[in-house]
Design a protein around this ligand. Sequence first.
Ligand code: HEM
Ligand code: HEM
Length: 162
Amino acid sequence: MSATKYTAPHMMLHWLIAVAVGIQIIFADAMGASFDAKMENIEIGTGWTGGAIFHALLGATIGILMLWRLALRLTTDIPPPPESAGVIQTVSRATHWLFYAILIGMPIVGALAWFIPSETLAEVHDVTGKVLIGLIVLHIAGALYHHFVAGDKAVLRRMLPR
Ligand code: HEM
Ligand code: HEM
């Protein structure tokens, strides 16, 4: 029989990562400012400000938690997608896998941008951040659509304890 809910560790990781990503995006401009300062005074100091250290540590943590979550996702049953139009299912599946790719890829590209240092990789990291924000908006809209418009309340509940 297929699962009707996500497992407790999977749910815990989902909400922990959602909060961490929210904080990471809200405070990311401190890292942007530190990176610009580092590029302008490249020969003096290491460029590590409090904001940069926070961004790097939280970003690395998100990447590690995402790898743990990917391992769970690939080894445990998850509930089947709700009944909806094929295009909605495709967008939903693509959004979920892009979250994995972006949240594992961003810390690596960000670290390379910082340590090389590379303006090009910083640009890639910035653009990916914008795509991530778009995906989050789409994902939340999707969850609310299922709950309030399509009336399949099981979708949100299966990601919530109880
Ligand atoms: C999933 C984890 C991460 C997310 C969601 C994220 C998100 C962001 C965002 C949205 C920005 C744009 C800030 C701005 O200029 O206003 C940014 C900048 C930056 N991040 Fe990250 N980041 C993550 C992990 C990391 C890690 C681990 C590092 C390693 C040191 C890093 C290094 C940088 C650097 C160097 C910049 C400045 C790039 C620039 O301004 O062009 N990031 N990050
Ligand atoms: C940065 C924030 C978020 C990220 C990165 C994220 C990521 C994901 C991913 C990758 C999945 C697919 C299941 C999995 O493999 O874990 C998922 C499922 C889900 N998320 Fe999020 N999520 C975020 C925020 C939210 C928020 C704010 C809500 C509620 C409004 C939400 C509601 C759900 C629901 C209901 C599911 C289950 C969907 C299904 O079973 O098809 N998520 N999320």
